[in-house]
Design a protein around this ligand. Structure first.
Ligand SMILES: *[C@@H]1O[C@H](CO)[C@@H](O)[C@H](O)[C@H]1NC(C)=O
Ligand SMILES: *[C@@H]1O[C@H](CO)[C@@H](O)[C@H](O)[C@H]1NC(C)=O
Length: 189
């Protein structure tokens, strides 16, 4: 079945010159098919770490369902979050995922409250529900539904990956290259 993106891009291509194609039609994120027929109305290829973010805002409920996807080995971790107050890691309200030593993908919310956060599960500054994760084709995927407190749709976002999980605790990521560039803004509009 065609995803809504593909259908929209196809209709644009039929009716417009290609120069009018929405830039999202050039994105590679839109070609991805999630398990369980999960479908998101929007996606963006994030500029670092090969990651992408899929989202679907429910304006009446003031929530957004997201999927964050990034390449990873089975022994690493990935994380994505929003920083309500700053464009940096510290203060970010994140969700982390990794393969637990018992063989299950684990995902939970965690507060990045310093440059050496505990990575322990914690409540975030906004509601988070339906948190889960999958490991598919060497990519880790985090799913969650966030409550958009305050009614805004534009947020600072951060995303990250690290190679090591020790005793089921994600360890520090690299502080070079892409790993220190992986932040920006997202508008769930
Ligand atoms: C963001 O700033 C507000 C206002 O200063 C504060 O109440 C809130 O706790 C801060 N949020 C986080 C996640 O630090
Ligand atoms: C693995 O451990 C996590 C965290 O304790 C737990 O939530 C999950 O159910 C466990 N999975 C299995 C297959 O035991």
């Amino acid at each position: 079945m065609a995803t809504p993106f593909k259908l929209l891009c196809f209709l644009f291509a039929l009716t417009s010159s290609t120069s009018l194609l929405p830039s999202s039609c050039a994105q590679t994120c839109s070609g991805y098919t999630f398990s369980d027929n999960k479908v998101f109305s929007s996606c963006t290829d994030l500029p670092h770490l090969g990651a992408s973010l899929y989202y679907d805002r429910d304006a009446s409920a003031n929530t957004v369902s997201v999927a964050f996807k990034a390449p990873q080995t089975s022994t690493g971790w990935v994380a994505w979050g929003l920083n309500p107050n700053a464009t940096k890691m510290v203060g970010s309200q994140a969700i982390v995922a990794f393969l637990h030593s018992n063989g299950s993908m684990m995902a939970y919310p965690t507060q990045l409250d310093s440059y050496a956060p505990s990575m322990a599960p914690a409540a975030l500054s906004f509601p988070v529900n339906d948190v889960s994760a999958e490991y598919v084709n060497k990519e880790m995927i985090i799913f969650a539904t966030l409550g958009l407190v305050g009614g805004g749709t534009k947020f600072n976002q951060v995303w990250q990956e690290g190679s090591t999980v020790l005793n089921d605790v994600p360890k520090a990521h690299s502080t070079r290259g892409d790993n220190i560039k992986s932040l920006g803004t997202i508008d769930f509009q």
